[in-house]
Design a protein around this ligand. Structure first.
Ligand code: 13P
Length: 253
């Protein structure tokens, strides 16, 4: 059985004082939570988070990374730098990276390879826009995003990572996918991977992201192919994020 995971993507939010308060609130309950929990602060705060989280079960992730190991790439951060600051997970291909910064499927696949090469865990974000969905192209888009990694690295490599399905129309809009809508796409993702390798597909953790809140989390996490969540806005409020983490325990029997 796959274990559940909830990751908080802080996006470009936070500050030293706010982070300290949020992290210490999470730490008071971390040992009682029924899932693995990850926080992904902005780069400048990784050192602060590493220090605060040292020795705890709360894990650290980054929101992005360069596909290059080192060199003349002004403004970029390498995987080995993230590792030095205690990161275990790296979000890749978030829809904001794809839409605002023009990251292509090929770039995301190259980043996936770079993250694996350093022994960290890539979290591959996939998802369709509203226009894609209305055109009936959800599976085509999500399939293409997955295939970019499968074609470059193979199914075993994909299985070393995590997939996060985040429909773009549900991100930050308050308009979450229904549990049934999300389950359909999660099942599609798992089938797509199973076409290459059943065993990898059965073990692959697939998170849902997009307006997950304390009051809709349990229904989402109760779906058979939803293995946890990638949380934006609600990850900035300790009580909300903790409630979402607890919701992984409601459904998993
Ligand atoms: P919201 O939870 O704010 O919709 O954001 C989801 C997201 O983009 C997480 O990566």
């Amino acid at each position: 059985m796959r274990s559940k995971l909830v990751a908080g993507n802080w996006k470009m939010h936070g500050g030293l004082a706010a982070n300290a308060a949020l992290l210490s609130a999470l730490l008071t309950e971390i040992d009682t939570l029924p899932c693995e929990v990850v926080v992904c602060p902005p780069f400048p705060y990784l050192a602060q988070a590493q220090q605060v989280l040292a020795g705890s079960a709360l894990k650290l992730g980054a929101q992005n990374v360069s596909q290059h190991p080192a060199g003349a790439y002004t403004g970029e951060v390498s995987v080995s730098m993230l590792r030095e600051f205690g990161c275990r997970y790296v979000l890749l291909g978030h829809s904001e990276r794809r839409a605002i910064y023009g990251e292509s499927d090929a770039t995301v696949a190259a980043k996936f390879e770079a993250v694996l090469a350093e022994g960290l865990v890539p979290v591959l974000c996939v998802g369709e826009t509203l226009a894609d969905r209305q055109a009936g192209e959800t599976e085509m888009v999500v399939g293409r995003q997955l295939d970019a990694v499968l074609a470059r690295l193979g199914v075993a490599a994909l299985g070393c990572g995590i997939v996060a399905y985040e429909p773009v129309w549900a991100i930050g809009t308050g308009q979450t996918a229904t549990p049934e809508q999300a389950q359909l796409v999660h099942a599609f993702i798992r089938q797509r991977v199973a076409a290459s390798d059943d065993e990898v597909a059965a073990k692959l953790r697939i998170l849902y992201g997009g307006s997950v809140k304390a009051d809709n989390a349990a229904a989402l996490f109760g779906q058979p192919d939803i293995d946890g969540g990638l949380i934006g806005g609600a990850a900035l409020v300790a009580e909300d994020f903790l409630a979402i983490c607890r919701a992984t325990g409601v459904s998993s029997s």
